[in-house]
Design a protein around this ligand. Structure first.
Ligand code: NAD
Length: 542
């Protein structure tokens, strides 16, 4: 019988490996890249622990070499999606009643497997399938994913320990029940870690999930699923269901057992899921928890007292790492006219130095954007700017999809603070800059606040710390993750729990303890040790 009260201390973050040529991690990664590059994996659905081959097949290709097929995956239809709902409901009967330390042991084993055997596998799949360079893959599919596993176990131990006060003659306690039904986890293409966490946070707390991976990230997501199985996750706890987003969304939202949606992706998709839940609201067993982290129009505000080199570095890396496809990527900048020429010059210097191309060549800082639809969308914004009297392409702007979906790091300079690309999310390596008059700092801050519907990330630069503080106050609701003298991206689990409000999501802070509360239904239990039998108030007694 296990009756120990286990201690799960705050973990250290997983160290980012250097991948120097000849290092053990580099040798392992190179071998795995070659293996995956030379293999075409057949990916089934995994429902209730069973592999299902529907025969409706789609392909996963390398975005930087789009004729190269990495995998063929089977697509679920209505029948399989309904099977997945049944499998999740069946598995929860045991999983919800499994001791939480056993669930935690499986999650901790996932972390260990990923830190060792699966590290090159997940990194290679993320590099090839999502076009990330070594560093971008390492911080995502290895380190952040491992951190999510380990931190969440620590946070769960703290959550379960939150208990009410006991009085004389009674025992009070709170039982953190998992939600009553299944959780639909809908994942984006851009972070392997997010796809993992959307499932495994609810799972740690006793829930079961139906996992809709993003089409373009199916390969890395499939390897995650294999890792969960190897760690001992019971059949049906996570059901891996590649499918059409609109179809799985509709069927799951129509199920009375939908207990929660854990979503990361675009604002438009999240709003459509929310609407479907609204349409079905009278049919559910309980109100589904809707947790969504969505789009952004993340900004850098530069005060005239700023350091030019620091701003240029933040703008360049913040806007162009992973081709600007991070929800937190800098995509608009407000720069005083006095500093802008020097900042731009420095950015141009960086742009002339970096290389763009295949992920297999480790010299490439920039790789490809995810797919043709995304490429065409980015091109449309660049073309719009080229043809507009209010804007000019002052850096980059070239795009080529002959071999892969390549877009140069691009700066649009505009005289219109409401220019289309100052307001709308593009999700590519495009930064729009509005140079403002140095004496209009506060007018420009106000403009920033009112320009875009989003509220995800933002940063302010300035050496004048008192001014920076005033600006930070004025921008209170513009970002859920706010940075001072740093770029607005690069949140780390346990350090900067992540999420925004306004049109950017429900701000439930992935990588922090608050997120866990969304996946439990507390039941408070009062036990009276000696039950009373006399109804009289004391003063009524003779
Ligand atoms: P997307 O909305 O196109 O797709 C996300 C997922 O939703 C995919 O799995 C897709 O297949 C699925 N989907 C599409 N239509 C659906 C529907 N009707 N019902 C159910 N599911 C549906 O987003 P994406 O292109 O994969 O990711 C990019 C977006 O994600 C950007 O807007 C970015 O800002 C956002 N994002 C936000 C965060 C954050 O933490 N705020 C993190 C990463 C990405």
């Amino acid at each position: 019988m296990r009756n120990a009260i286990l201690n799960y201390p705050l973990p250290a973050n997983e160290p980012v490996k250097a991948y120097l040529p000849g290092s053990p991690e580099r040798i392992a990664l190179d071998a795995e890249l070659k293996r995956q590059h030379d293999t075409v994996v057949e990916i089934p659905l995994i429902i209730g622990g069973k592999e299902i081959y529907t025969g409706n097949i789609k392909t996963v290709v390398c975005p930087h070499d789009h004729k190269h097929v990495l995998a063929k995956y089977h697509v679920a239809g209505e029948k399989e999606i309904k099977m997945a709902i049944d499998a999740a409901m069946e598995a929860r009967k045991v999983w919800a009643n499994t001791d939480w330390t056993t669930r935690a042991a499986i999650i901790m084993k996932c972390a260990e497997l990923l830190a060792t055997k699966y590290r090159p596998i997940l990194n290679a799949a993320t590099m090839l399938g999502q076009s990330k360079n070594i560093y971008q893959a390492e911080i995502d599919s290895a380190c952040e994913t491992i951190d999510f596993f380990r931190y969440n176990v620590h946070y769960a131990s703290k959550l379960y320990a939150v208990q009410p006060k006991n009085g004389n003659g009674i025992i009070d306690s709170t039982e953190y029940r998992p939600l009553e039904g299944f959780v639909l986890a809908v994942a984006p293409f851009n972070f392997t870690s997010i796809a993992c966490n959307l499932n495994m946070t609810p799972v740690l707390l006793g829930n079961t999930t139906i996992w809709k991976p993003s089409t373009t990230a199916t390969l890395s997501n499939y390897y995650l699923m294999k890792m969960f199985e190897e760690a001992g996750l019971p059949a049906g706890v996570v059901n891996f269901v590649p499918s059409r987003g609109a179809e799985i969304g509709k069927i799951c939202c129509e199920s009375k057992h939908l207990a929660g949606i854990h979503f990361t992706g675009s604002t438009k998709t999240f709003q459509s899921l929310w609407k479907s839940v609204g349409e079905n609201i009278a049919n559910y067993v309980s109100y589904p928890r809707l947790v969504g982290e969505t789009g952004g129009k993340d900004y850098i505000f530069v005060h005239p007292s700023s350091d030019v080199a620091a701003v240029a570095h933040a703008a360049f890396t913040g806007a162009y790492e992973f081709q600007g496809q991070k929800c937190s990527a800098a995509s608009r900048m407000y720069c005083p006219k006095s500093l802008w020429p020097a900042v731009l010059e420095k950015m141009k210097q960086f742009a002339s130095e970096v290389k763009m191309g295949d992920v297999m060549d480790s010299e490439n800082f920039i790789n490809a954007v995810i797919d043709e639809a995304s490429f065409d969308n980015i091109v449309s914004y660049i073309e719009y700017a080229k043809n507009s009297p209010d804007a000019e392409i002052v850096m980059g702007g070239k795009c080529d999809k002959t071999v892969g979906y390549f877009v140069e790091p691009t700066v649009i300079e505009t005289t219109d603070p409401h220019f289309k690309s100052m307001e709308e999310e593009i999700f590519g390596p495009v930064l729009t800059v509005y140079p403002y008059d140095d004496d209009k700092v506060y007018e420009t801050v106000d403009l920033l606040d009112k320009t875009s519907p989003y509220g995800l990330t933002g940063s302010v630069f300035g050496k004048d710390r008192l001014e920076v503080e005033k600006i930070a106050d004025l921008l209170t609701y513009t970002a859920g993750n706010f940075y001072i003298n740093d770029r607005p991206t690069g949140a780390v689990v346990g350090m900067q729990p992540f999420g925004g409000s306004r049109a950017s999501g429900t701000n439930d802070k992935a990588g922090g303890e608050f997120n866990l509360i969304r996946w439990v239904l507390p039941r408070v239990i009062k036990e009276t040790l000696v039950s009373p039998t006399d109804y009289h108030y004391t003063y009524m007694k003779k």
